[in-house]
Design a protein around this ligand. Structure first.
Ligand code: PHE
Length: 454
């Protein structure tokens, strides 16, 4: 029986749409493009795809299975299924990751919202005097403007979670996500005509194998896979908890992973040809989309601003459904733990997350000389710790829990795999391949396998 007062998705489609809405977001466009650009392109993409196939999909299935079985939040699910056992640390880390990720996600989504409004007012329809790059840098290094937009975006996120799970998310997703998909396809076809097509496509699809020698691309690819799939922190456990027993889980898992990956690849085809056409360095970092896309819209000429408007609007909407799932992970835990009302939980947790995000915003300007990890600024450091460490580690524990903590027959039945060969493969991946691969990637990221010759 579901816990008292727990909502359920209104339809089968509702759940898949919500999981897709969580997965598809800034991770597919903003983060995918700049991380791919920084890590050499095609070789990175290949590792990323392998991570999705062999580690991501099995763990999505594990999260769905755990969530539906337990019908509780990220921590409560482990407490319910394995009382008194330490597995729930995955859930606790997941809640911590939700705080960290949403804190900087709100900042970037605020930037997107600001661009949307600047296309709405026509301000960016023609190139500003300081150029598009200058416009971007002036904005993010300003103390107050990005904070205001981060605040606005967080208020929207809080508002949606405030009114409950199903009402807010299901409706918007059904219309806006397909529109975003169509727009990205149209823009990627256009981008291919800009003169950088061969270089851009080669960068994205023809691997430079020497890039594989760099140990940092593995952890970057793994982190990107987890981030983009909303994986490793119990977001999909929490959403799975609102699911009825009727769902076919493997079908849902493949659709979510497939669609999310498709969005990322299409974004790549949209961005990299343009990057080469306009002579911007692919490894320009987190500002990449903000610097390149206005050039693309500008080059369309009259009416290009409409595309800019639609692009930033739909991306902000996609970011909103992802942000909602992040907030939901934290809120679902706290309202159960402290018996708060949903409303109270949403306001408190949402408010705290906004505050935690402030240093990430200021880190672009007044606090830009502060770096936490290596030469990463505050935002990047939060991202690194949460996405490249917490999520994969959470995923590792979830894989072990499903693979070793459950009876084999139960796992196969509860996942809807039944006694099929693919079910056996799934358990093999969870038991051995995924945990070992994640472990090795961690070792390599701390320089364990490097010869010391750089
Ligand atoms: N997957 C989301 C995106 O790509 C971000 C996210 C990460 C959401 C983790 C929930 C949990 O934008």
């Amino acid at each position: 029986m579901p816990e008292q007062g727990r909502e359920q998705w209104t339809s089968r489609l509702g759940f898949i749409l919500a999981a897709m809405g969580s997965a598809v977001g800034l991770g597919n466009v903003w983060r995918f493009s700049y991380v791919t650009g920084e890590n050499g392109g095609a070789a990175f993409l290949l590792i990323y795809l392998i991570c999705i196939l062999l580690i991501g999909i099995p763990i999505i299935m594990a999260e769905f299975t755990i969530g539906r079985k337990a019908q509780s939040d990220a921590v409560g699910s482990f407490e319910k299924l394995a009382p008194g056992k330490p597995w729930k640390v995955a859930g606790i880390m997941g809640v911590a990751a939700a705080f960290m990720i949403l804190s900087f996600y709100g900042v970037i989504a605020g930037w997107i919202s600001y661009y949307f409004v600047n296309y709405l007012t026509g301000n960016l329809w023609t190139m500003p005097a300081e150029g598009y790059d200058g416009f971007f840098v002036n904005f993010i290094t300003n103390t107050w403007h990005p904070l205001i937009w981060q605040f606005i975006f967080m208020v929207l996120t809080i508002g949606i979670v405030f009114v409950g799970v199903k009402k807010g998310i299901e409706r918007a997703n059904k219309i806006l996500m397909p529109l975003l998909g169509i727009l990205l396809i149209v823009l990627s076809i256009y981008s291919l005509t800009l003169g950088g097509a061969s270089e851009g496509l080669a960068f994205l699809f023809t691997p430079d194998w020497s890039a594989l020698a760099d140990p940092k691309i593995y952890i970057a690819a793994l982190g990107q896979a987890f981030f983009s799939l909303s994986l490793g922190m119990g977001a999909l456990i929490t959403y799975g908890g609102y699911l009825s027993q009727k769902e076919n889980l493997p079908g849902a898992a493949y659709s979510v992973a497939g669609l999310d990956t498709l969005f990322a690849i299409i974004s790549g085809i949209m961005i990299f040809p343009a990057v080469f056409a306009f002579g911007i360095a692919p490894d320009s970092g987190p500002g990449l989309v903000f610097m390149i896309m206005p050039d693309v819209f500008d080059s369309i000429g009259f009416g290009g601003g409409i595309f800019g408007l639609a692009f930033f609007f739909l991306l902000a909407a996609a970011a909103l459904t992802s942000a909602v799932s992040l907030l939901e992970v934290a809120v679902a835990y706290f309202i159960r733990k402290f018996s708060w009302t949903r409303q109270k939980g949403v306001l408190i947790i949402g408010g705290i997350i906004f505050l935690i995000g402030i240093p990430s915003s200021l880190g672009q300007g007044v606090l830009s000389n502060i770096s936490i990890i290596g030469d990463r600024d505050i935002l990047d450091s939060f991202d690194f710790i949460a996405s490249n460490i917490f999520l994969p580690l959470g995923g590792l524990i979830i894989a072990l829990f499903m693979g070793w903590g459950w009876k084999k027959a139960d796992a196969l039945r509860d996942s809807d795999y039944g006694d099929s060969a693919i079910g056996q493969l799934w358990l093999f991946l969870l038991r051995y391949l995924a945990p070992i691969a994640i472990f090795l990637i961690f070792l390599s990221s701390i320089g364990f396998f490097s010869t010391g010759v750089e």
